[in-house]
Design a protein. Structure first.
Length: 217
């Protein structure tokens, strides 16, 4: 998947769109959710901020002593580079389905990523993005998005493929986290993964807490 994404970004995205894409990013940052950008892409673009946060919450509990590469640099870079940064780590890392004590985690996963407040905020923002896309959907918006994807914007094209791959490869990572918590179910994982962005965020809200010392997973 990582090789596919790199090849796609290099060969299949529209060419000569750097100036347009820079202006589009500026609009998304300076005037968020103002209607200045295509609403379908704006929801998609912001979803690429949610997905790395979900992956961080799934991966970092099993990241201690990871071989042959550490998790933190790849997870951090994924907030800017998406699957382009996260892909190599997902390929090279060791699976860690065994139970982990919450007290064994570092500060960020223990205090922030394991908290239900973090999960609730991700759910709320994911739901808001779904509403933005639904409210902004129209034949005109869809046609504009298609035009951006095919001819006008490498950013729109690559971002769409990025989100698709991040959603597609979520299932085994979520199953591993479920096993770590004694809550494993292929059907449950498939159900959460079937709803892109919002589904994985809801999983974080629903998943059991990691055990403390003296408890069984």
């Amino acid at each position: 998947a990582w090789l596919f994404f790199g090849t796609w970004a290099a060969t299949q995205t529209p060419k000569g769109t750097a100036d347009f894409d820079a202006e589009l990013i500026t609009t998304l940052i300076s005037a968020p959710f103002s209607g200045a950008a295509n609403p379908l892409f704006e929801a998609l673009f912001n979803s690429l901020g949610v997905m790395p946060a979900v992956y961080a919450s799934l991966l970092l509990p099993g990241a201690r002593g990871q071989k042959p590469v550490p998790a933190a640099p790849f997870v951090a870079l994924s907030f800017a580079m998406g699957y382009g940064a996260l892909g190599p780590y997902l390929v090279l890392r060791e699976a860690r389905p065994d139970p982990v004590l919450r007290s064994e985690l570092g500060f960020l996963p223990r205090v922030v990523l394991e908290s239900k407040l973090n999960a609730a905020l991700l759910c709320a923002f994911s739901a808001y993005l779904a509403c933005v896309a639904a409210r902004g959907f129209s034949a005109e918006a869809a046609a504009e998005f298609a035009d951006l994807w095919t001819t006008r914007s490498a950013l729109v094209n690559a971002s769409s493929v990025d989100l698709t791959i991040l959603s597609a490869v979520m299932f085994p990572v979520m199953r591993e986290d479920m096993k770590r918590r004694g809550w494993d179910s292929a059907g449950r994982a498939a159900a959460f993964c079937a709803l892109p962005v919002l589904g994985p965020s809801l999983y974080l809200l629903a998943r059991p807490a990691l055990p403390e010392a003296g408890e069984e997973a």
